[in-house]
Each structure stands twice: as structure tokens, then as C-alpha cells.
Design a binder for this molecule. Sequence first.
Ligand code: AHG
Ligand code: MN
Ligand code: MN
Length: 330
Amino acid sequence: MRDLPTITTVERHFLERKGRNPHATTEFCWLLSGITLATKIIASQIQRAGLLDIIGTAGRINVQGEEVQQLDEIANETLVRCLGYRGNVGLLVSEEDDEPHVIKDSGDGGKYIVLFDPLDGSSNINANVSIGTIFSILHRPKTNHADVLADVLQPGDRQVAAGYVVYGSSTVLAYTAGHGVHLFTLDPSIGAFVLAKENIQMPSASRTYSVNEAYARDFPEGIQRYLDWTKSKEAGYTLRYIGSLVADFHRTLIRGGVFLYPPSHKSPEGKLRLLYEANPLAFIAEQAGGMATDGRQRILDKQPKAMHDRTPLIIGSKDEVERVLEFWQP
Ligand code: AHG
Ligand code: MN
Ligand code: MN
């Protein structure tokens, strides 16, 4: 037999964990393929955005109080459609929708909950800056909760899997299911995410901090002291801030450093959302040897109170996150 190159897709990679992960089943991989299909469709739309006249706002404000971009809606509808008929999806939770989509009852096979930020960094779309999709997968307990939210509001520690796709110079998918973090690159010539790197480890330290300095005077005093220190000669830090969480995080995963979105008077709980931004990235960060906290507690320990809860987020290399906490103990 001709020795063709080995192509390891996300689904095959996860299925190879059979025996080590109770969720490593063909039916879970069918769910994963709903995510890979949706993000391939989203990538194709983004790459031709300027030609398809889909750049710009959709003319409505979402539950977050933010202006919705057309591509936010396209990404959201694509994910709902691709995941809606996967057979084992019970609930879908999206940054763009007020309430969960109820697809199937838990007793009827709807055993998983998929939560997602369909398009992260959408304010950057018309500047052609990297944006992304972030997803988190929870197991739906066998309950007969009339209120489906009770099934959704689980701490991040219970995630079955989590990941993101960054639509950048290449389209890269990162995921973890509790056995390390693995990177896949979309090969447009075959239309598949192909394994590029396994068991990514975040550098334990790196003198790069990532924060929107424009709000510095509005941050807690301890954070301001940390930001003053990073600019000192002895500290020697560099600042990198893209304004797309998924891109800022991916750089931090690969090169190390720390990303901060602290609380401010304008956003007392920070801007980023717990269920479908902080939790999935915190799972990835910890699996890669990093750390993620809200300043008081581990992100993955937080008990969500509402679907669109926001949280302060300090995430990245262990040494760098701990250095921030030396200055800021809220
Ligand atoms: P989204 O586009 O999903 O609403 O997320 C935008 C977030 C995040 O991507 C980024 O880190 C942050 O907004 C940037 O906020 P500022 O513009 O306040 O810095
Ligand atoms: Mn986002
Ligand atoms: Mn978004």
C-alpha cells in the first residue's frame, strides 16, 4: 500500500483516547465534527467577507448590550445548525442568544451541552485582525429540571472538553479533553483540521503582559501598581494587545505571558464572560501548565449564577499570573 501521509483529524485524535476518557466515543466525535464543520464554514465566510458584503453591523444590540456584527449572526446560526442535529446535543448556549436552545431532553439522548462564543473579537472584523470561535462542552446530568439553566450553570471544572478556533494567518483549532492541549491546522487543500502539535506546554514565565492600557486608571489600585512595575527598567516587560481574546490567549499559550481583563468602574465584574470565554480558556491554560484566576479564586472553581455571567480574568503562565497576584489581592 502506498505510504500516504498520516492525517490525524480532531475526531480521530479524540477517539484514540478510548479507554482513558469515558467520553471518547464515536457519538462524542460526531458532536466534535459538528464543531469542526461549523468552524470550517465560518472560516470560509471570514476569508471572503469583503466580497460577500457581510462586513458591518446587523443593526441590533444583543443580550450583552453590544452591537451585533453580521458575521456574529452568521457564525451563531452556523453553529446552531451544525450542532442542532448531532443527536446527542441537548442544549446550546450562545453569547449571542438570551436563552439556551433546547434541542433534546436529557432522557431523549440530549446528553451534552455545547456553549460557545460564536465569534470572538468581532469588533476587529473590518480591520482584518485575527478573530475566533470559543467552545465549551458539558455533560448534561440526568435530571428532570424544568429549568434547563440548572443544567447549564456548572463550574468550569466539570467541562468534558473545551477549545477554540483562531481565524488568523492560518486557521488553527486548539482543544483539550483533560489529556493535554493539542493543535490542529486547517488544511484547505483537503478541508480538514489536521494534527499539528500535541501536548502543548505554556512557557512558565515570559515577560509579556496583555491588557487594554487605556482603562489602566480605572483598574483596582493593585493592578495599577502591577502595570507601573511592568514598565520599570528592572521588570523589562513588553506589551501585546490584539483586542481579540482568542488571539491574545493563543499567543500567550504559545509564547507565555499573562493576559488581564480586570474589573473596573465601567465593568465591575470585568467584561469577559465566564461560561463560554473564561472557562474554556482556563481549562486549556491549566492543561498546558498555566493558570487562570479572577483574582480571588480559580476560574474553574467558580459557580456560575447566570448564563451570561462576566468575570475578571487573569490567565497565562503560572509565574506571571502569580506575579500579578503579588500586587493585587482583591
Ligand atoms: P466579543 O467580540 O465576543 O464580544 O469579545 C470581545 C472581547 C474579547 O475578544 C477581547 O479581549 C475584549 O472584548 C476586548 O475588549 P476591549 O475592547 O474593552 O479591550
Ligand atoms: Mn468574545
Ligand atoms: Mn463574540
